[in-house]
Design a protein around this ligand. Structure first.
Ligand code: KE4
Length: 441
């Protein structure tokens, strides 16, 4: 998840006076007026739109405008917003108390369901965010291997822990340098970055550093530089390379877990990681994430083992119930076939609209997630993603917002379709996009 630094010139033509007032007020107390940077519209310009309600596939702003939503709160809303079954389950659980700070069967219920979807894993630890999941997994990998270094991929985002806020130098492999003030250079140096879809760069890195690399951490389908699927053989090569050098392979499936299919991409691609990070969908929209692995690794985490990790609200009973009810819907026969078909319909339709108008647009979909890039050529890594036309994306974003469609406010983000979307929503989106593309400069 990386935002362009260029200030786009585009702003929406629709006035949203209440959103503007909300944002002005928020600026007086919330840093940047938001609680997560991407919401601030930095990559697309204009005033962030404030929301007061969402239902099914739609979201409503404080000026009363409804939009077909393709952000889905960045992935969690896979059933759409306020699904009645999830609302009912959360209401019932809330009546029993919000948090106990003690073991609760809801945690074990969700744990067993998730582990049933990820064969080869028999332990899970719930945390409250994807950042915590990825941060904890790195600590565990370092403890389990006795090694310090980690390899990640340019354009992959694993939350905001220090070790993960690392920008590669130019080109292929380099020792990491911090890409945020406050990240200690020594911490950043332990993180090396390779180009996504370039297994040879990982091989070269390992040949130089293999005996010090604790883990290779990858988004198996990259969703933080637009949507970039792994090329055939890339994940298989990472598995082989890790086996050769005794490093752990970690799939960050915070976004892809239960989004691209039941379990995650590892079920689809057949490459099994040593450890897996989960988040978003598994909490059903409430704060819950997890990391998963075999007992041989996971039982090294406290209190079963010496690797410390803890959390006041970890396994929060209401979040567990929301996750359970959500996954029970996802588990139903045909759920992912329908979701994947709808998402593909959208991707194909947008690309055709663009081609009919001579607009260079790449679209990709994997399961219930999709990506677009205004680019002459397909996006295979972060350099390609950065070279796409993000100004044109910003124009398109506002043109679609004005037409009642809520896209991610950054060309580096993936789109998310929910089971509440129907063909009519998708077809109206394609029509609106065709009209919006007519207006692109
Ligand atoms: P959180 O700490 O935001 O729950 O999860 C971090 C994370 C880890 N791994 C992957 C693959 C992720 O995509 C994320 C978070 N995703 C972003 C959107 N691309 C969250 C949106 C935001 O930062 O506001």
């Amino acid at each position: 998840m990386t935002e362009s630094t260029r200030e786009p010139s585009t702003t929406s033509t629709t006035s949203r006076p209440r959103s503007e007032a909300s944002h002005r007020r928020a600026l007086g107390s919330l840093v940047g007026g938001v609680n997560s940077p991407v919401r601030a519209f930095g990559a697309v310009g204009g005033i962030p739109v404030s929301v007061d309600r969402a239902e099914g596939p739609r979201i409503r702003d404080v000026d009363g405008n409804w939009y077909v939503d393709y952000v889905g709160s960045w992935g969690p809303a896979i059933l759409g917003h306020a699904h009645p079954d999830v609302v009912a389950a959360v209401r019932a659980a809330a009546g029993d108390g919000f948090t106990f700070g003690a073991p609760c069967d809801h945690e074990t219920d969700l744990a067993e369901l998730i582990l049933s979807a990820l064969p080869g894993n028999d332990r899970i630890r719930f945390v409250s965010s994807g950042t915590e999941s990825c941060m904890s997994v790195i600590r565990l990998a370092r403890a389990a291997t006795g090694r310090e270094r980690v390899i990640k991929f340019a354009g992959n985002y694993h939350g905001h822990s220090d070790a993960m806020l690392v920008e590669a130098g130019s080109g292929a492999v380099t020792h990491g340098v911090p890409n945020s003030p406050g990240v200690v250079p020594d911490v950043a140096r332990a993180t090396m970055t390779c180009p996504f879809n370039d297994a040879d760069s990982v091989r070269r890195t390992m040949e130089r550093n293999g005996d010090s690399v604790a883990a290779v951490l990858v988004e198996p389908v990259a969703g933080n530089m637009g949507l970039v699927p792994p090329e055939p053989g890339f994940l298989e090569s990472l598995r082989e390379i890790c086996d050769e050098h005794g490093s752990l392979l970690v799939f960050d499936e915070v976004m892809t877990g239960f989004r691209v299919g039941w379990g995650g991409h590892q079920r689809t691609c057949g490459v099994l990681p040593d450890l897996t990070c989960l988040g978003k969908v598994v909490g059903g929209g409430l704060p819950a994430a997890a990391y998963v692995g075999p007992a041989s690794l996971m039982d090294q985490v406290s209190p079963a083992g010496p690797v410390y990790q803890a959390g006041t609200l970890s396994g929060n009973p209401i979040a567990m119930v929301a996750g359970l009810e959500t996954l029970r819907h996802c588990e139903r026969e045909g759920f992912y076939e329908r979701l994947g078909g709808l998402t593909r319909r959208l991707a194909v339709g947008l690309r055709k609209s663009a081609m009919d108008r001579g607009v260079p647009l790449q679209t990709t979909s994997v399961g219930g997630m999709m990506g677009i890039a205004f680019s002459e050529r397909p996006i295979r890594d972060f350099d390609d993603a950065r070279n796409a036309d993000h100004e044109r994306y910003a124009e398109f974003f506002h043109a679609m917002l004005d037409r009642g469609f809520w896209l991610p406010p950054s060309g580096y983000e993936a789109w998310f379709v929910s089971s509440a979307h129907g063909e009519d929503h998708v077809d109206r989106t394609i029509e609106a996009a065709a009209s919006a593309m007519e207006d692109l400069s």
